[in-house]
Design a protein around this ligand. Structure first.
Ligand code: CA
Length: 231
């Protein structure tokens, strides 16, 4: 029996039913809400493990729901957006959402997002602030400030190392351009995104070497980057 409880916030009945049917089939427990106020109430009273949140709700914007829940809870929030505009997702991620799904999505995509989130939750519970980070061949020794790929030390610039640490500490989570530039160099100007792209390209070249190398960093075009767990 899967003990994880999901709060499904969706005003569109067919989509809500697709989600709950999928959750039921995969032994998730769930509760539902059909608007923002209901979502906040359910989140407070049930203390769910994960929230699936539609951004377009009848009574309030999904981003506001995130902001209000974030006042007291770090529960992982996966936003569901019918809108193709990236700006909605970016606002949601900046407000504290962890991941997103774009409508229409497949059942497989939904389950994959839930798996990623659960893995991240498990890692956060077990690791806290560990001195050494390991993901596939990548190893970061935070204390000594060194990163290794297999046996070899990576030769990173200070900026590349900072970026790598930020992504590593947030493995599984999509980080927006704004979040990254603010964290890494304390500001967020438009042209910082251009510089970020350049730093990220050189970092990836050092991290993802040629054929057969796993992809550690995903690019979310127009949104940001995510480090993924590799086997
Ligand atoms: Ca909706």
């Amino acid at each position: 029996m899967n003990k994880v409880q999901i709060l499904v916030v969706e005003d569109d009945a067919p989509v809500r039913s697709l989600i709950t049917t999928t959750l039921k089939a995969h032994d998730y427990r769930f509760a539902t809400a059909v608007n923002g106020n209901g979502a906040i109430m359910e989140a407070a009273s049930r203390n769910p493990d994960i929230i699936l949140l539609d951004l377009g709700l009848p009574d309030m914007d999904g981003v506001e729901v995130i902001e209000r829940i974030r006042n007291w809870s770090n529960v992982p929030i996966i936003v569901i957006s019918a809108r193709s505009e990236d700006s909605d997702k970016i606002d949601a991620l900046d407000a504290g959402a962890d991941d997103y799904l774009t409508k229409p999505f497949s059942v497989d995509e939904l389950l994959a997002r839930l798996r990623v989130t659960r893995r991240r939750m498990a890692l956060m519970q077990n690791s806290g602030q560990e001195a050494v980070f390991v993901n596939g061949q990548l190893r970061i020794d935070f204390a000594s400030g060194c990163a290794y790929l297999g046996e070899e030390e990576m030769h990173l610039t200070p900026m590349e190392y900072k970026l790598l640490c930020l992504l590593a500490r947030n493995t599984g989570k999509v980080l927006t351009h704004k979040f990254i530039t603010r964290s890494v160099w304390g500001s967020s100007w438009k042209n910082d995104v251009g510089s970020l792209r350049v730093f990220m390209a050189t970092l990836r070249k050092k991290l993802e070497k040629g054929e057969g190398s796993p992809q550690y960093i995903q690019t979310h075009i127009g949104i940001g980057y995510r480090m993924v767990r590799v086997e």
